[in-house]
Ligand binder design. Structure first.
Ligand SMILES: O=P(O)(O)OC[C@H]1O[C@@H](O)[C@H](O)[C@@H](O)[C@@H]1O
Length: 293
């Protein structure tokens, strides 16, 4: 495997390698290892020293232009989910950011961790979203992880967006896992089409596909791995909880056999259209940390 050193110092190094034609950055640091793909601007892994991997990546992920990479943190933007307009133009699932090439603008390695800035700039990228825009993604990998997306509307017209940072959290098995704060929150069930449901979440076994209307901090409690994943967000009004379950996963080429038993998606999101006025910007953020049980 050919590697190119991007940056290093006494605390760590960033190397670049390629999968097919896709540039992957590998980070090794005194307190963690991590990797991300410039295609999709997508975090693929983050493993603080002495911990299990935090983000799940499918063994069958398709690293090809035009395809979304299954796992890590796909960026759903400028829309989340399906997007079908009145003329019948179908934008497909989750927008174009996850199938776009992002640029690495800046990186810094220090004792606490590694900071990276990625950018996606464009205009008229899709008939359903012709605006001129810049999205800046600021990532920090250390013993904690944070991710901020700043969305700038560079057009002279207002635009609307929906979004999700579609985190695939690695777990021992969805049946060992719960997210207790969600039990008291109303959700829209994408599988039944029913809105404003409320039921206790016993575990995260799929098929499950729900939009929970809350911006409170969340915990993914994994009884087997004896850890809590803590998630805090800013300017996100929902969380999406998704696991396809065995039957649906077996129809998905980019999930390896049994892969659905290795993760739970809890996606910090804005699933209702949000306005960004002409020339203005807005941002969302998530912070992820770990605790032992
Ligand atoms: O297969 P995709 O496009 O990556 O989407 C995966 C899932 O993403 C979730 O966010 C959606 O709520 C699900 O409905 C969807 O199936």
């Amino acid at each position: 495997m050919t590697q190119e050193l991007i940056q290093s110092n006494q605390y760590g190094a960033i190397n670049q390698r390629k999968i097919n034609d896709i540039a992957i950055l590998d980070i090794s640091h005194v307190n963690h290892n991590a990797s991300l793909s410039l295609y999709g601007g997508q975090v693929l892994s983050w493993q603080p020293s002495g911990e299990q991997e935090v983000f799940w990546l499918s063994d069958s992920a398709d690293f090809s232009y035009g395809k979304a990479i299954r796992g890590g943190i796909p960026i759903c933007w400028p829309w989340f989910g399906a997007n079908l307009d009145e003329q019948g133009i179908n934008g497909g699932n989750h927008g174009f950011a996850r199938t776009s090439l992002w640029q690495l603008i800046d990186s810094e390695i220090n004792k606490q961790g590694v900071s990276l800035t990625l950018e996606l700039v464009g205009e008229d990228r899709h008939p359903l979203w012709p605006a001129q825009f810049k999205v800046t993604q600021q990532l920090f990998f250390g013993s904690e992880f944070s991710q901020q997306l700043t969305m700038e509307n560079l057009s002279n017209q207002d635009v609307q967006y929906t979004t999700a940072v579609h985190s695939y959290f690695a777990v021992s098995a969805p049946e060992n896992v719960t997210a207790p704060e969600l039990s008291s929150v109303y959700f829209d069930d994408k599988l039944t089409g029913l809105s404003a449901q409320q039921t206790a979440l016993v575990n995260c076994v799929g098929p499950i596909d729900r939009i929970y209307h809350t911006s409170e901090n969340q915990q993914i409690i994994d009884a087997q791995w004896q850890r809590k994943i803590l998630i805090e967000t800013q300017h996100c009004q929902q969380y999406v909880l998704w696991n396809p379950g065995k039957e649906t996963a077996s129809t998905m080429d980019d999930i390896h056999t049994g892969g659905e038993n290795e993760y739970v998606c809890l996606e910090a999101a804005n699933t209702n259209w949000q306005l960004i006025k002409a020339g203005e910007q807005t941002s969302i953020k998530q912070k992820v940390s770990l605790e032992s049980l």
